[in-house]
Write a protein that binds this ligand. Structure first.
Ligand code: G3P
Ligand code: MG
Length: 248
């Protein structure tokens, strides 16, 4: 099967990279102001099962909280500050729900790559609940969100819960030789790969096999062009003010 990439080629990583606090609504607004029509963000569950945007399992790096985010209810997470760690301009920024990000992206014609980022041990539940929420929230969207994950357990659970949502397998390091079997097993449209482990031959092999490939995180404009020239379908960047869709 030949999988088609219907999304834009340039994707804002975590909303706006490092320009604004990652995975917040404020970041999405900065990405949108810079002309991005697709954003990637990380989603996991609060203790009471609410899908929220957060990269790390722990709260320390990107908030004034402590410990595992999954130990707190959404109401408890909502009392924390997810912006002051970045800069005073963003002090008081709350943790966003997937619901609020769906509302913002849909209202602004922005496509989504929802990275399912389960708290360790919560892979199946996160895959299932994020997929169910995404189906409901994006029911009227012009394009469905692309679900991706490093966790094959999460992707499998997402597939079983909502087989119609497109999925991509994320791979952190060197791409294993059995990548076609993995994509086939998980019914994924393609691979989302670490830039440090891709070359032209690999990109071409993935495309020739009929799968899509997107590469993260690319913060050099020449490298973005090279990857797209090689046939990459998508490139994720942090540099939303300089590597903009209108500069490609
Ligand atoms: O989804 C691409 C990229 O975000 C994966 O790595 O650690 O930035 O979530 P990470
Ligand atoms: Mg991510």
């Amino acid at each position: 099967m030949n999988h088609h990439w219907p999304y834009p080629a340039l994707i804002a990583h975590r909303g706006a990279g490092k320009v604004a606090p990652e995975n917040t609504l404020a970041a999405m607004r900065i990405g949108a102001q810079n002309g991005f029509h697709m954003m990637e963000y990380d989603v996991k569950l609060s203790r009471d099962g609410v899908p929220v945007l957060l990269h790390d399992d722990e709260l320390e790096r990107t908030s004034n909280g402590q410990g595992l985010a999954s130990a707190l209810t959404f109401a408890e997470l909502s009392t924390l500050d997810f912006g002051a760690w970045h800069s005073t301009a963003y002090a008081g920024e709350p943790i966003p729900t997937l619901n609020s990000i769906a509302a913002f992206t849909l209202a602004n014609q922005i496509h989504s790559n929802i990275e399912i980022k389960p708290t360790t041990g919560d892979e199946a539940q996160t895959g299932r609940l994020v997929a169910l929420a995404a189906r409901a929230l994006w029911a009227q969207a012009s394009l469905p969100p692309l679900l991706s994950s490093f966790s094959e357990v999460a992707l499998q659970a997402a597939h079983e819960a909502v087989p119609t949502l497109p999925r991509a397998l994320l791979i952190e390091e060197a791409v294993p030789a059995d990548w076609p079997e993995r994509l086939e097993r998980l019914a994924c449209m393609g691979l989302n790969l670490n830039d440090r482990f891709v070359d032209q031959a690999l990109i071409q092999a993935i495309r020739q096999a009929g799968y899509t490939v997107a590469v993260w995180t690319v913060n050099d404009a020449e490298r973005v062009r090279e990857l797209l020239d090689w046939g990459c379908n998508g490139v994720f960047t942090d540099k939303v003010t300089t590597i903009r869709p209108d500069t490609l």
